[in-house]
Design a protein around this ligand. Structure first.
Ligand code: SAM
Ligand code: DTB
Ligand code: SF4
Length: 339
């Protein structure tokens, strides 16, 4: 079975053409996950080198522009009003604060600034304030990304008009497991917003979370959902669950780190041209594990000491890691890396 699969695979994903498919089947993806680790990483690194500079990593910094008291009940999220995590409820922050944080992120070497809001869906008046933030960050010469929850057609068009580069909206897990994790919206709601974003001509950032107690098949199915979208997401964040006290998943058994690396490798093989981002959960990962993730095809990270509400490695540590691995930061001078 494995030999047969390997022969088929070699035919279907030749190493020198673009190898873009949107018809991945569960049996194929299961077989990829089941490959010997070295074979899987070799394949992933081969695909990676066909499409990217293997020693370059894109870096994005995050800022929470509206924190806590979200009406959704996502079991993983510290910002849900349904859980008691000790997070207060903050109003949308001021434009000046956003521009100040973006300037600092740029000085540290981030090329993209991502702004996240704990909303189920924004009000039209919120969109106008976010538009001013997008314009402010673009004025610094940075790429912009926002994640605001579900959008209407009109709101999506307004964000595009403001010059938004990326919209982040994650599928998070398989459709089957989604219902165990969130009851206040459906998988189809998520797909509908993603379609609106894509059709408006905004780049799509869409990925998921692993380590939430999902099965091997749930991880495979999440990656299939992403890869079988009409167009692959431009950016695919793979988050390791950050276990936050007070959320229903606080005591979840941890995922085997090598299964996490395999998930990155399979994401790289299925979506050869997408930026695969090693996302939340890096404070619990060793440098060696992160190096394996880069070898598996991850070529983007969240950079800076905070994600939205939880910790991320400090920028100095990441620059040190990059220097040890001979990695460059995309679009950033070597001077910043060496500072
Ligand atoms: N409210 C919007 C939404 O859900 O799309 C935007 C903000 S929400 C915090 C953005 C993403 O953060 C979620 O889709 C999820 O993938 C990720 N996230 C939230 N809590 C997390 C956690 N504890 N560990 C890992 N990722 C998490
Ligand atoms: C994504 O996939 N991960 C980021 C970003 N997109 C918005 C958020 C991670 C949040 C981790 C928990 C927190 O810091 O609140
Ligand atoms: Fe709200 Fe987003 Fe957190 Fe879900 S993930 S509770 S929608 S902030």
């Amino acid at each position: 079975m494995l030999a047969e699969f390997q022969a088929n695979f070699a035919e279907k994903t030749p190493s020198s053409n673009d190898g873009i498919r949107h018809d991945w089947r569960l049996d194929e993806v299961r077989a990829l996950f089941a490959l010997p680790f070295n074979d899987l990483l070799f394949r992933a690194q081969t695909v990676h080198r066909d499409h990217f500079d293997a020693n370059e990593v894109q870096v994005s910094s995050l800022l929470s522009i509206k924190t806590g008291a979200c009406s959704e009940d996502c079991a993983y999220c510290p910002q849900s009003a349904h859980h008691s995590t000790g997070l207060g409820s903050e109003a949308l922050i001021a434009l000046e604060e956003v521009v100040k944080a973006a300037r600092k992120a740029k000085e540290q070497g981030a090329s993209r600034f991502c702004m996240g809001a704990a909303w189920r869906s924004p009000k039209d008046s919120d969109i106008e304030r976010v538009v001013a933030m997008i314009e402010g960050v673009r004025g610094l010469g940075m790429e912009t990304c926002v994640t605001l929850g579900m959008l209407t057609d009109q709101q999506t068009a307004r964000l595009k008009q403001a010059g938004l580069d990326y919209y982040n909206h994650n599928l998070d897990t398989s459709e089957e497991y989604y219902a165990e994790i969130i009851s206040t919206r459906t998988y189809q709601d998520r797909l509908d917003t993603l379609k609106r974003v894509r059709e408006a001509g905004i780049n799509v950032c869409c990925g998921g979370i692993v380590g939430m107690g999902e099965s091997d098949d749930d991880r495979a199915k999440l990656l299939i959902e992403l890869a079988n979208l009409p167009q692959h997401p431009d950016s695919v964040p793979i988050n390791m669950l950050v276990q936050v006290e007070g959320t229903p998943l606080a005591n979840q058994e941890k995922l085997d780190p090598l299964v996490f690396v395999r998930t990155i490798a399979v994401a790289r093989i299925l979506m050869p041209k997408s930026r695969v981002r090693l996302s939340a959960g890096r404070t619990d990962m060793s440098d060696e594990m992160q190096a394996l993730c880069f070898l598996a095809g991850a070529n983007s990270i969240f950079y800076g000491e905070k994600l939205l509400t939880t910790d991320n490695p400090v920028a100095d540590n990441d620059r040190h890691l990059f220097r040890r691995l001979g990695l460059r930061m995309a679009g950033v001078s070597a001077e910043i890396l060496n500072s």
